[in-house]
Design a protein. Sequence first.
Length: 84
Amino acid sequence: PEPAIAEEARSDIPGQIAAPAKPEPPKLIESQIELAPGTRLLSQSLSGDQLSLETLLPDGGTEIIVYDYRQSRIIGRIKMGNVE
């Protein structure tokens, strides 16, 4: 006798649902953000591909850094406090 061949599930037959393809896991993204010496991270927030970092600067002011982690680059800086 011939060996039994397993049939794949068919969506056109009631009670059989084709198994969804497993998505490929996302690739690991490694990056580094350079901060001035003495800068402290106060908070962070993630939205889409952008990371927002609220930092405390050594002079006591605060700065928000917006970083695109997929492109590995800073896309915005907002300084708050005494800006000269």
